[in-house]
Structures are given as C-alpha cells and as structure tokens.
Design a protein around this ligand. Structure first.
Ligand code: ATP
Length: 459
C-alpha cells in the first residue's frame, strides 16, 4: 500500500524524471541534427539558436514589444491588497525554420507591432544577429515572415544554358529564383504587356534574350524586335538571335513606325479572323499554335521610339510626329493585342513618362525593374506601392553584386520580390537561334487568305 505522506514526493520525482527525459531527448535530437548537417546548415543552425536565445531580450530593445497595462485575472488574484499588479511586457512569439542559407522567422503581430515596425527594426536585427540582410514579408493574417540570411543568395550569379527543348508551357516565364531559392514564374498568358526597367548594364537585355532562347524552339512563337541601340540586326544585343526574328528594326524611327503599323495591321487581321479560325475570340483559350503563333514584340531602349523631339525645323518636326505616332501604335498593340496573341515587352532605363508614355506603361500588368538610382525612378518602374517596401526597392540593387537581380510584384504575393535572373551566354543564344531559325515565320503570312508558308500548309 502506498503511504499517502510520500505520494507527493513520488509524483514530483516522476515529473522531474519525465522533464529530464524530455530535455535529454531534445538534446539528443538537436545534437544528432547538428552532427548530421553539413557546414552550411550548421552555420544556419547556430544562427537559429542565437535568434531564439536572444529574442526575448533583443525584441524590446528594437521596439518590438508592447506594455500591457490591463492585469490578467490571475495577476489580480495574486496581487496583495493595496498593491497594483505589475505591467506586463509582451514580446511577439516566434517560430523558426532553418535552411542552408539562413533562418526564416515567423513572428506573431501584436497591437502596434506590425509590418512597418518590423521593417524599421530589420537593419538593426541584422546587425545583432550578424546577418548581411534581413527582409520582411507579410505572412498569414496575424503573422509576419522575416528572412535572415547568412549570405545574400541573390548576390551569387546564376546561368541558364538553354537546351533547345520546346517548353511545355508557353504561358509562363521562369524568370529566376527568389531569396528563398524558390523558382519564380511570371505569367505571359493573358498578359498584353511587360515592362523591364533598370540602369544600363544591369541585365535587361540578357533577361529578354533568355526569354527568346526559352521560347525559340517552339514553332508556336514568333518574335519581332525594335532595338533603339542598334542600327542593323547584325549589330547590338539581338545580333545573336537575329535569325529567329521575323522582323528587326534599329534606331530609325521611320522603320520602327513601319513595323508598328505592320503589327497593328496584323492585330486587325487576326481580330477579323479569330472567331472563325480558333472558334473563340480569346487566343489564350486555345493557346499558341504554329498556325496562330504568339507574337512577341520586344521594344528595347523603348525611349528611343517615343521620346519627345523639340524643335521647329522640318527634320525635328518629322521625328516628333513619328514618335507621337509610334506611341499611339504601341498603345494600340498593348491595349488590344492580348486577345489575339500579341505580347509587347518594353525595356527602358528609366520608366518615367518622358521615356515610356504613361498611357502605355500603366496598362502593362507585369513590371520588373533592375537597379534604379532614385526612389522616383523605382516608383515609375514599379508603381507607388514600392515606397512601402524599401528593403526590396530597386534602389537597393545598385551594387555590382546585383547585376541580374530585379524587383517585381508577383501574382499572389504581397509586396515585391527580388529575383536573381540567370545569365545567358551570347554563344548559347546564338546556338539556339541557329537551331531554330527554320521555324521563323512572319505571322502575317499565316492569316487566312494570305497564302501561308509551306510548313503550315503541309501541317
Ligand atoms: N543575369 C545576369 N547575371 C549576371 N550578369 C549579368 C546578367 N545579365 C547581364 N549581366 C552582365 O551585365 C552585362 C550587361 O547586361 P545587359 O546588356 O543585359 O544590360 P542592360 O541592362 O540591357 O544594359 P543596356 O541598358 O546598356 O542595354 C552583361 O554583358 C553581363 O556581363
């Protein structure tokens, strides 16, 4: 029979043994995890411990705590008569997850401690935790996500070596990887226009060449390029892919005008025939086909074609009239081209209204920007909301380490994401263009009644 006077001692001993067993289990689990990890993961695990160990102390120092003046019922009962219950200091709860690059911390929001407060504290937390970078993202309602990296994964160059296979999905663009090393895709399906902005030499053209290389092996895509930096297809950034372009114009405004007119005519022709040819008035319901390909018009150094020319001499007046008309024609293509399978990609250094007319820029739903010099240029490229996300602003990308990194808004994600785009070697671009040159076809020749090229007739 158990002696009831010794029972509490036994229970306490059993509880202590249980607690010791749990602690031992945790210790073994942690040690095994650490020992089995590689060097990178071990370093991240040490960072995770540092964060967890110091959070309660550090959070209030960084303004991430609130004082709760309302005593809990238990505090009221425990407080002796005549004394006031102590004011409680609440620190947000955190959960951590570790990977080889760093630690993701999910933080519970508290009254008065939300996104703005965490964004403000982020650089100081980065110093405390000895991380080169911390970025803050909204998570589920009531939670924020904080990414603390030991080194910035975006500062490492990546490469894309196109293998010439036909992409399975022509409606998305695998544009690169974010700082969680997650693949990022941009939509092309149902998209009328994409803008790519950024300081010279930060990767705009390489990104577009990468897209051409991905799509070129498909005979359901045709490309036209207007490059404001070159005078002929044999020179400039698109010389390597020239054989895969059904049209190319350089910096000549009149030539560009002819190309834009031709494409507006293509839009009208397609519009007149689409229902009969595709059985629908929405190209993307059927998707690109060799007989009705997606037409990608790239306008690089777009400001060349649209900027205002001031002067009263006849030559300047002519240029001004051409630039004005070019803007109207491209507006037509962006406004009306999507449903018949025309996509316009506009690249420019600064997406301000003088370089890219706002009536074109503001109807392009996909916008990305490499480095920018000023907050105003970042706003012109990505919209006003980028002011609320200073840690991912293109202004913070002004560093040679970030050549090839662009900020963009992604469907389904709040705020903006920095994405490392892979570099495409010009030789690889040339190889793909050469292999797929036989697929090049002027889409106007595919319209019903135009005669059509041999390969479509034979198909
Ligand atoms: N994704 C990338 N990763 C690493 N380096 C890159 C990347 N893209 C471009 N670069 C480097 O930057 C150089 C300039 O790239 P690119 O011509 O694409 O820039 P740009 O923004 O189009 O410049 P510009 O406005 O002068 O045409 C390339 O020659 C290459 O060395």
């Amino acid at each position: 029979m158990t002696d009831i006077t010794t029972a509490p001692t036994h229970i306490a001993a059993a509880l202590a043994a249980l607690a010791a067993a749990v602690l031992l289990g945790l210790l073994v689990h942690t040690s095994v995890r650490y020992l089995r990890a590689d060097d990178e993961l071990r370093a991240s695990l040490r960072l995770e411990w540092r964060i967890r160990r110091t959070w309660k102390r550090q959070a209030p120092m960084h303004g991430l705590s609130v004082k709760d003046h309302t005593p809990t019922t238990a505090a009221q009962l425990a407080t002796k008569d005549g004394r006031k219950p102590e004011v409680r200091e609440l620190v947000p709860k955190i959960h951590t997850r570790v990977d080889r690059t760093g630690v993701t911390v999910r933080m519970r929001t508290l009254a008065g401690i939300g996104l703005a407060e965490l964004q403000k504290a982020a650089p100081y937390l980065a110093d405390t935790w000895r991380c080169p970078r911390i970025s803050v993202l909204p998570d589920q309602p009531g939670w924020l996500s904080l990414r603390a990296v030991r080194y910035d994964p975006l500062a490492t160059t990546t490469a894309y070596r196109p293998d010439g296979t036909v992409p399975k999905d022509l409606g998305t663009w695998p544009v690169g990887t974010d700082e969680f090393a997650t693949a990022v895709k941009l939509p092309l399906k149902q998209v009328p226009g994409v803008t790519v902005a950024g300081l010279p030499g930060y990767g705009k053209t390489s990104l577009i060449n990468g897209l051409i290389c991905r799509l070129a092996p498909s005979n359901a895509v045709q490309f036209a390029v207007a490059d404001g930096k070159a005078s002929a297809a044999s020179e400039g950034d698109y010389a390597d892919t020239a054989s895969r372009l059904f049209a190319f114009v350089g910096d000549d405004l009149a030539e560009a005008n002819r190309l834009f007119h031709k494409l507006v005519k293509l839009h009208r022709g397609r519009y007149a025939h689409i229902r009969k040819a595709l059985g629908t008035t929405d190209f993307w319901k059927v998707g690109p086909t060799p007989a009705w390909p997606l037409v990608v018009l790239v306008i690089d150094e777009a400001h060349t074609y649209f900027r205002d020319h001031k002067g009263s001499d006849p030559a300047t007046k002519k240029l001004a009239a051409l630039a004005h008309e070019n803007a109207r024609l491209v507006e037509h293509l962006v406004k009306k081209g999507r449903s018949v399978g025309i996509l316009v990609i506009l690249a420019t250094q600064k997406a301000t209204g003088d370089a890219l007319p706002t009536f074109i820029r503001d109807i392009c739903p996909v916008n990305l920007s490499f480095a920018q010099n000023t907050a105003d240029a970042a706003v012109a490229a990505l919209g006003d909301d980028i002011r609320n996300w200073p840690d991912v602003s293109p202004v913070s990308l002004r560093d040679p380490a970030y050549v090839g990194v662009a900020s963009m808004a992604l469907p389904g994600r709040v705020g903006f994401t920095r994405v490392r785009t892979p570099y495409v070697e010009p030789d690889d671009a040339a190889r793909i263009a050469e292999q797929s040159a036989h697929l090049t076809c002027d889409p106007a020749t595919l319209l019903p009644g135009s005669g059509g090229p041999e390969f479509v007739k034979a198909a």
